[in-house]
Design a protein around this ligand. Structure first.
Ligand SMILES: Cc1cc2nc3c(=O)[nH]c(=O)nc-3n(C[C@H](O)[C@H](O)[C@H](O)COP(=O)(O)OP(=O)(O)OC[C@H]3O[C@@H](n4cnc5c(N)ncnc54)[C@H](O)[C@@H]3O)c2cc1C
Length: 505
């Protein structure tokens, strides 16, 4: 197989694959992306039903503020330009059965006052939490595109901030959402903190999220996910990148310990000097590479680390507005009259995300709403052995959810115009993500070291092969996926003895 030395094949046109392509083009590489789906974005997607847009991804985009050290990646990749961001005053609200409501305000001072009013007996834990957010807000990270003197000054300042908070920082990385929630004596606060964070996920990320919300640096982009994915596609193609849709990669071809090309499911073989997989990690290592390039370290995550859960994602188009419900980043949750089994999980409350922050998602006077519930991949896999049973269960769930919404929003049953149910298998089918996980690896106390020592983007024993995206960046997320593609292209430039270059759109 012949290939020119600047040629790079990228598998997957999600955020990280497109980022690798964009930065590859900026540095003079001949990139081709092969994507199995017929559109860009991977998990960063939405779909349309009867005039409604149902969004499966963006709640908050870290780096939305022009002051943010992350903002330059959005300028470089063509996402920032002309995009309007909404900064909700509330992250979410958790309504209690006792008539009280916990409001997770984005503003730290307001949040502090509210939590103390609500549960003065938990003052110590509340103050600890608020101080944790203030600690995260104190970091002023250097940005890659700033002039060297500014970068140096900020690096020194970040070092001292880190030294100042080292113990506290270490402490927070070791506390999981579940452990932290259990410290509150007030039952509603305990429940609310359990609701807002994944039980095994390290609390340090919750603190950073609140710090960014407070700084108005984690906005919601009007139009949601898909316009951002399309902007990336445009940027890549404007830079001269080649993109092939409906091309699923079956194998990565290797010869003598070197990656040499790819084979598509239709049997076509394409050669390149370098191959990057920005697709699912498990499918890459255990499928496309046949499990041949694994050592203990590469295997460890797939054998030990917990994943962001797979989801049952219910979307409804409702013929009404919800002007009485405050705009939030991630919705409200309310207690159910009695616990109910939804698919494989017993639920005693329902989280609802009402898209009243973005009226482009529904026809005039109407509203899109989504409900995101954890659901076990294996449960759905088993059910799907009988297609009729699988489809029947999805219909049952749509009806059940509408009945449960009726408890909180009387009359809604007659206002629902369209219902759509996506299961973990839907996420797997459209994006290839292992076990339908929605964001890859959780950061837990066991793998928190990856925050300072990133995972390798190469595999042992195979030259000219690289990985980027959420499967080599614990914690996942859109900025991380972009930075992963960028980090990789810097590495490739270094290998070729070139200075990495980037430019704003
Ligand atoms: C419900 C939900 C909410 C989220 N909320 C947020 C949020 O508010 N903020 C945020 O920053 N992030 C959020 N995320 C996470 C974010 O969407 C992901 O972390 C990010 O999109 C991952 O990008 P990626 O490029 O690494 O992977 P993916 O998006 O998974 O891209 C991989 C691509 O590879 C393609 N592919 C796979 N296998 C093959 C193959 N064999 N051949 C060819 N192509 C292949 C796939 O089709 C896909 O396009 C959310 C995700 C979900 C699902």
């Amino acid at each position: 197989m012949a290939s020119d030395e600047k040629s790079i094949i990228i598998i997957g046109a999600g955020f990280s694959g497109l980022a690798a392509g964009i930065y590859g083009r900026m540095n003079g590489y001949n990139t081709q992306i092969f994507e199995m789906h017929n559109q860009p974005g991977g998990l960063c997607t939405s779909w349309k039903r009867k005039g409604y847009t149902f969004d499966a991804c963006i709640h908050w985009l870290v780096g939305s503020s022009p002051q943010s050290p992350h903002h330059h990646i959005w300028k470089e990749t063509g996402i920032a330009g002309g995009r309007e961001f909404v900064y909700a005053d509330e992250y979410c609200r958790c309504e209690g059965a006792d008539g009280r409501t916990v409001v997770f305000y984005a503003n730290i001072n307001r949040l502090e006052r509210h939590l103390l009013d609500l549960a003065p007996q938990d003052e110590k834990t509340i103050i600890e939490f608020i101080n944790g957010i203030r600690m995260c807000a104190a970091f002023n990270f250097p940005s890659d595109n700033e002039p060297l003197p500014v970068r140096l000054r900020k690096s020194v300042a970040t070092f001292f901030t880190f030294m100042r908070y080292a113990n506290s920082f270490r402490k927070w990385t070791k506390i999981t959402g579940e452990e932290f929630a259990s410290r509150f004596s007030d039952p509603l606060l305990r429940e609310a903190f359990r609701e807002i964070w994944i039980p095994e996920f390290s609390v340090i990320f919750m603190l950073f999220t609140f710090a960014w919300l407070h700084q108005r640096n984690a906005g919601y982009p009007i139009g949601g996910s898909m316009p951002m994915s399309l902007a990336l596609e445009v940027r890549y193609q404007e830079l001269g990148g080649v993109l092939h849709y409906n091309k699923k990669v079956a194998r990565i071809i290797t010869t003598d310990g070197k990656a040499a090309g790819i084979r598509l499911v239709d049997g076509t073989e394409i050669a390149a000097a370098r191959i990057i997989s920005a697709a699912d990690g498990h499918a890459t290592l255990y499928g496309m590479l046949d499990g041949k390039f694994l050592d203990t370290k590469t295997r460890e995550p797939y054998e030990k680390w917990p994943l962001f859960p797979s989801l049952l994602f219910i979307s409804l188009g409702v013929n009404r507005r919800f002007d009485d419900i405050p705009v939030t980043v991630s919705g409200i949750t309310y207690p159910l009259v009695e616990p109910v089994m939804i698919a494989d999980k017993m639920c005693d409350r329902l989280p609802v995300h009402i898209y009243n922050q973005d009226h482009t998602m529904a026809p005039e006077g109407k509203t899109a709403i989504t409900i995101m519930l954890e659901s076990d991949y294996e449960y759905w896999k088993k059910l799907a052995e009988d297609r009729n049973l699988y489809m029947q269960k999805k219909d049952e769930i749509a009806s059940l959810i509408i009945r449960l919404l009726e408890q909180r929003f009387p009359g809604i049953t007659d206002q629902v115009e369209v219902a759509d149910v996506a299961t973990p298998l839907t996420f797997e089918r459209y994006t290839g993500n292992w076990q339908g996980s929605f964001e890859g690896w959780l950061i837990t106390p066991e793998n928190a070291y990856t925050m300072t020592r990133p995972m390798a983007q190469t595999v042992p024993g195979l030259k000219n092969f690289y990985m980027c995206g959420q499967w080599v960046e614990p914690g996942g997320g859109l900025p991380t996926s972009i930075m992963s593609g960028r980090r990789l292209m810097k590495k490739i430039c270094r290998e070729d003895g070139k200075q990495f270059a980037s430019s704003d759109k």
